[in-house]
Design a protein around this ligand. Sequence first.
Ligand code: M6R
Length: 585
Amino acid sequence: MCGIVGYTGSRRAAPVLLELLKKLEYRGYDSAGIAVCYKEQIEIFKRKGKVENIALAEKMQGSTGIGHTRWATHGAPSEKNAHPHSFGKFTIVHNGIIENNKVLKEECLLRGETFLSETDSEVIAHMIAFYDEGDFLLAVQKAVSRLEGSYAIAVLSSEYPDQIVCARIGSPLVVGRNENGSLLASDLVAISSEVDKAYLLKDGDFAVLGKNGIAFYDEKLKSIEKSPMQYDTVLSNADKKGYMYFMKKEMEEIPSVLSNANLECANGLSYKQFCKVLCQAEYIHIVACGTAYHSGLCAKYAFESLCRVPVEVCIASEYRYNNPIIRPNTLVIAISQSGETADTLAASKLAKDRGAYLAAVTNVPYSSLTRIADCVLETKAGAEVAVAATKSFNAQLAVLYLLALFRAKGEADFSEIARLAKETLKVSEEVRGWTHYFLNAKSVYFIGRGVDYCAALEGSLKLKEISYLPSEGYAAGELKHGTLALVDEKTPVVAILTQHELAEKTMNAVHETRSRGARVFLITSLPEAAKSGEATASILIPACREIFSPILSVIPLQALAFYTSLARGNDPDKPRHLAKSVTVE
Ligand code: M6R
């Protein structure tokens, strides 16, 4: 949800800011802009669209600047709503939502001030100007104390042309240093390869970036020391490595991600305590959103069948408002690739407030979720940049299956699953030949039973998200209770079948939809089903333990979405209206 960056140092700021912004585009890409201090004036260059649309800003002079790539919340994507926003001496970029922006705006309007945008962010610059009495940091501190909602901000003042003040509550922010200067960004991936040391700002912290150093302050502006972040440069680096699309590269990485799967990465002492909680929990709640929610659904099957412990999987944005019943001995598992999803964070906080033990399954070890969790289980999938989640789903499943196996005192050979994933990637290329059947579909159904139903939900989400085709994941047995009425020759059906016991029943749904004119595309690990000729086309994927099969069956579904997206002329990495990390509720 928007990315912010900043740089002050011995180099020209504009090229640095543009490079950093490109690495944060996954957070939003409907408009972009930069502001640079030059000769005690602040110049702004902003445009609607992707960061490439502000390439001309590269020539701007000045060695201190801030930048922004936007995912619109308040106000349509447009040049006037693009950040940075200025008032008086101050120019700001903001990630988050200012919930009391209307009240604050009223206050400013009463003072006779005018607004140039429809954003909730512009008011921040007005508030800083209002509190300005010559002390830059103090003015920012006073202004942010009036803000409700979430923010990570970076501020320039024409009076302090070599400084950037930044602050955060509820939205991520990291800062770092190298020999050429000081940098800031919403995510470590933007600066990890640029800096020698990086520091994470906590809620309420302030940092003042200067050409020669960074000073940190707490919410009362008391000077504080910070320890540098420990991070794996390889895992936190986002690079296309010669691929045209991040999504393709990230899918190709699935086998190596799976071969690294383990629970050892959990944090030290708390892990021991977690193992006890895991083994003794009488109830498990899983909270997550989107793809992570689907991995929770898959995990439910594994926990319930291997451990006979009841699992409730809840959409995080619903959990919060459903007054969930959290009994003693409930383990809550929050799953989030980014660890910054506002809905998941809110649900996790609620669970903790109600006494639950909170375990986090996340790909970002320094994320907000890790700071509230009692135990952190890292998925170690490496930076995932494409908005559509792929390898992080497989990595989440690996960790969740390992947890279920741990409690059930069972074992799985993940190096073998990794090998099968490699084979699955190969056969998945065949779905490329299916895409022309989907290009102009009225809608697409993904069907399956049991764990195949979970995979169907994920396949459908992936297709919707990057191809913009209407689609639904449906329990194969439920179709005949109403939805079958929608199936005709313009509604391709993708059936997933990996469980012997359910084969006949799932094939019934295949027949039912074919008889209504639909073309049916079968993804199966059962050779007899693949050979039967009952579907329009089928691919045979390798078989693994059935309860774990979504870890493989999702791969051709990801590929189908990827190739359909390309065939429809879309950019699979940057689907319209979306952003990778959803930091607003
Ligand atoms: O970072 P998270 O795992 O918390 O993100 C949750 C969802 O926003 C995310 O999975 C989303 O559904 C993906 N873009 C789907 O591909």
